[in-house]
Design a protein around this ligand. Structure first.
Ligand code: IFG
Length: 524
């Protein structure tokens, strides 16, 4: 942790005398305010910021006289609204936009790096500058981490609200810090997904990849192919009641995510992992045999019929409708474990489908198997295996394609936390919190150096994840670890420092009701 510009380590001895408020006429600044015991320190923030300068004599009190004043810009006003809503819900303070007294100002500063921000806290003013909307929202998340845990939980905070004085200057190492939720194996409704979005946004995760279709279920309504959901969406692993998102529900998830700085990446896995689609429309299989949505957990047995024209009409319709509902730049077409598709036919399929994604105005993402075809330059290769080399991925990186790093032995949060863990997959695990933290995306794959890495993503496959509590337990705290892997410069990352900071986040996760795994790796 780089601490520069520390002015002093002792908190000022005296609180501002409450009986004699500072005279407004004198030019003298108000007396320093003490930081309440146990209040968050600038150095507790996760992901760890690029640069932290403490100024303990500059702590900023928030109370009913505090104002939140955005600059005249949609991005500043949007970030101010999000901050005000969160603070109001917890404190009941009005927090008006009147620029006088104790002010929290939000402004745009396009000199800052993309998604970057600067948070300056003095005893009379907080100035949050953001490079762009993402930067302002990232700054708001940092500011919220400097407030008591109850604030983000919408509960009344105990005692005074005082923000530690100093300056944080920060921006992400990688543009893409994501997580994936598989809603196909087990379905989770829109409200559950929205609660998950709230939690991941706290750690500046800015992409949520939704795995919307697989052998066990099709989870997004497609107007031109209604049986994909009415037949393909009606069950799930172990045969329980499945479900799906209507177009309206999917759009509400997209909007909810967007407001919090999270972009949705929808995935339709093809040509394998398609039993639910084949159950709905047998004509999409080569043998035309009727099938039922699969309720087991095997993989690799299904494939769309690559030689049928009908298949491409189907894929075109799905891509067009999904692209129309998705404002984000990416559309994921899967491509993994197509063990029942002839290799030459797999390549034919990808060569026909990739242009459809581009024509729909989206950048394709695919699991790294699809890198065996010549990819368009916008295509992103998502590496997911545990081998430290993959020729097709390295070739794509050399050709200029970006690589999204999701190595299963570091980032698959469906994995067990520890050997004897009764929950979670084991084929790439266990993945402890330390394992999820202690790796470098730039050093993982031979021939894929830092300039080729778009970022990191932690997939949560749900064959064994049935409830929201299961999601929280598998995801937290490992998602906080992966968030820091994607955000903080490698040179500033240190497991011992991270585990100490993570321990300070236990009360925050608890206050938000997150059923996180109390990993023994962490001194909670
Ligand atoms: N591999 C499969 C997933 C899931 C996973 C569970 C990928 C890209 C194993 N494909 O990961 O569908 O079953 O860990």
């Amino acid at each position: 942790m780089l601490l520069t510009g520390c002015t002093s380590t002792e908190e000022p001895s005296s609180r501002r005398p409450s009986s004699t408020p500072p005279t407004t006429t004198s030019s003298r600044a108000p007396d320093p305010v003490a930081l309440p015991k146990g209040a968050p320190q600038l150095t507790d923030v996760i992901p760890a910021p690029v640069r932290v300068q403490r100024a303990p004599e500059e702590n900023f009190p928030i109370d009913s006289a505090t104002a939140i004043v955005p600059a005249k810009s949609p991005d500043a006003e949007h970030a101010a609204d999000l901050l005000r809503d969160t603070l109001r819900r917890s404190t009941g303070f009005e927090l008006p936009a009147t620029d006088r007294g104790q002010v929290i100002e939000l402004r745009v500063d396009d000199e800052l790096p993309a998604q970057g921000y600067r948070l300056e806290v003095t005893r009379t003013r907080i100035t949050l500058s953001g490079a762009d909307r993402a930067g302002l929202l990232n700054g708001v998340q940092t500011l919220l981490q400097l407030l008591p845990p109850e604030v983000v939980a919408g509960k009344r905070p105990q005692g005074e609200l005082v923000v530690a004085g100093g300056t944080i200057t920060d921006h992400p190492r990688y543009a893409y810090r994501g997580t994936m939720l598989d809603v196909a194996r087990h379905f989770f409704d829109a409200d559950t997904v929205k609660r998950h979005i709230d939690r991941i946004a706290r750690y500046k995760i800015n992409y949520l990849h939704l795995h919307l279709a697989d052998d066990q279920g099709w989870r997004i309504a497609i107007r031109k192919w209604p049986k994909l959901t009415t037949v393909g969406g009606r069950t799930q692993v172990d045969g329980g009641k499945g479900g799906w998102f209507s177009r309206r529900e999917y759009s509400s998830i997209v909007r909810y995510a967007q407001r919090r700085g999270v972009t949705i990446v929808p995935e339709i896995d093809m040509p394998g992992h398609t039993q639910a689609a084949l159950a709905a429309y047998p004509q999409l299989s080569c043998d035309g045999r009727p099938r039922r949505p699969y309720t087991g957990t095997q993989v690799g047995f299904s494939t769309l019929c690559v030689t049928k024209q009908e298949t491409y009409r189907f894929v075109q319709d799905v891509i067009s409708e999904l692209a129309e509902l998705t404002p984000g730049p990416y559309l994921h077409i899967g491509g993994d474990e197509a063990q029942s598709t002839k290799p030459a036919e797999y390549r034919t399929f990808m060569r026909k489908v990739l242009p459809m994604v581009l024509r729909a105005g989206k950048k394709p993402v695919g699991w790294h198997e699809y890198a065996q075809v010549d990819l368009p330059k916008e295509a992103v290769v998502q590496y997911w295996r545990i081998e430290r080399a993959d020729d097709a991925t390295a070739a794509a990186a050399r050709a200029g394609n970006k690589v999204l790093m999701s190595p299963a032995d570091k980032s698959y949060i469906d994995m067990k936390y520890f050997e004897s863990d009764s929950r979670g997959n084991k084929w790439a695990g266990p993945v402890s919190v330390q394992t999820a933290y202690d790796w470098d995306p730039a050093g993982y794959l031979k021939g894929v150096d830092d300039s080729a890495v778009l970022g990191v993503e932690a997939p949560l496959w749900t064959e064994l994840v049935e409830t929201e509590e299961d999601i929280e337990r598998q995801a937290f705290p490992r998602i906080a670890a992966v968030a820091e892997v994607g955000w903080t410069p490698q040179s500033r990352r240190d497991w011992n420092d991270f585990r100490q900071r993570l321990a300070q986040h236990g009360p925050r996760l608890k206050a938000q009701g997150v059923a996180f795994h109390p990993s023994p790796d962490v001194p909670w």
